[in-house]
Design a protein around this ligand. Structure first.
Ligand SMILES: Nc1ncnc2c1ncn2[C@@H]1O[C@H](COP(=O)(O)OP(=O)(O)OP(=O)(O)O)[C@@H](O)[C@H]1O
Ligand SMILES: C[C@@](O)(CCO)CC(=O)[O-]
Ligand SMILES: [Mg+2]
Length: 328
């Protein structure tokens, strides 16, 4: 049995636009997915997922018979959950050359699912690392990131960036522009997260932006404008100028909103953070529902969010210095 964990992330700048080659700056946070992998005698996959916003379920399938068991969970939820794990295991079969190998996979995660904190990337990164090690292969962080990217690319219908998976595999603050992925220095960031209890489907939201971009020149311009905001944001980060970082986060949120990926509850939380004098606030990740990220060294934003209708949870997040961790 091999067990690995990987962190979730927030985007300081640049989600969605990063899919079209603009730069983005995500930052790993200390909320992790842990994945345990044990090789089986047959070629099936059994997945036990503990906290998919329900009590947990187990599915077993693959091999010659497809015996998805009777579980008290909708088929669509299982399919959604299995998409990433399935493809991650396919990548490990490919990289190790062991095409017929089967696994029991156990997932535990404290990253809310589909909420913009990169639960998919964390699960995929940890699963790839653990499954490869279970077969005696230790992959470098770059290779894990690459295989995890291919997984997200496959599941998100060919539209994904390397940002989430690179950030989760390497930890820290990173900058991703197309194929170019690197770690960057970031000042101490007083990160506050607000969570509306909801979720958005990354694949669908990315497809929505793609359609807008194809239909309207000004939507394509909006994507480019996000790139401009990110470049200014990088300068502000390098200068340690958190007030400017915050102003640019606000601008970035407005542009994401124009692209149709915000929601009423995300906007409400963003305004609650701004009213509490946060440096700035924006949605994080694919949007549609889920989380916002704000910067505020004082307790005001967290307190304000905890009294905001529609905000289910407000918490501080520490930067995760380490990406994938080998636990067993
Ligand atoms: N604990 C878990 N167990 C099994 N699968 C999980 C778990 N957490 C996440 N996943 C997988 O990740 C999918 C959610 O990924 P999605 O990209 O839509 O959201 P996210 O990664 O949380 O947010 P974002 O991509 O916006 O940062 C789930 O449908 C499921 O397939
Ligand atoms: C929306 C998006 O930019 C980030 C999702 O966390 C998609 C991606 O980069 O693959
Ligand atoms: Mg995701």
């Amino acid at each position: 049995m091999a067990v690995s964990s990987a962190p979730g992330k927030v985007y300081l700048f640049g989600e969605h636009a990063v899919v079209y080659g603009e730069p983005a700056v995500p930052c790993a946070i200390e909320r992790r997915a842990r994945v345990g992998v044990e090789q089986r005698a047959d070629s099936k996959l059994r997945v036990h997922a503990e906290d998919l916003s329900l009590d947990g379920f187990t599915v077993e399938y693959g091999g010659s018979t497809d015996d998805r068991p009777d579980v008290d969970v909708s088929e669509s939820l299982i399919s959604a959950a299995m998409g990433y794990v399935d493809e991650a295991i396919a990548q490990v079969r490919d990289v190790t050359g062991e095409e017929e190998v089967g696994f029991d996979v156990t997932i535990e995660s404290d990253i809310p699912l589909g909420a913009g904190l990169g639960s998919s990337a964390a699960v995929v990164v940890a699963a790839i690392d653990a499954a490869a090690r279970e077969l005696g292969v230790t992959l470098e962080a770059d290779e894990i990131a690459d295989r995890a990217y291919r997984t997200e690319h496959e599941v998100q219908d060919g539209q994904a960036s390397r940002a989430d998976t690179f950030c989760s595999a390497t930890g820290g603050a990173v900058r991703v522009e197309g194929e170019d992925c690197r770690s960057i220095e970031a000042p101490d960031l007083p990160i506050v997260i607000g969570f509306d209890g909801g979720a958005g489907d990354t694949g669908q939201l990315v497809a929505g932006v793609r359609n807008l971009r194809e239909e309207y020149g000004f939507a394509a311009d909006t994507v480019e404008a996000i790139g401009d905001v990110v470049r200014r944001g990088e300068e502000a980060l390098a200068d340690g100028d958190l007030e400017e970082v915050g102003r640019l986060m606000n601008f970035n949120h407005g542009l994401l909103s124009a692209l149709g990926v915000s929601s009423r509850s995300l906007d409400t939380m963003v305004w609650a953070a701004r009213d509490a004098d946060a440096y700035g606030a924006k949605l994080t990740g694919a949007g549609g529902g889920g989380c916002i990220v704000a910067l505020d060294p004082s307790p005001e934003t967290e307190t304000a969010l905890s009294f905001t209708p529609g905000c289910e949870d407000a918490f501080r997040a520490e930067l995760a210095e380490t990406g994938v961790k080998r636990l067993e």
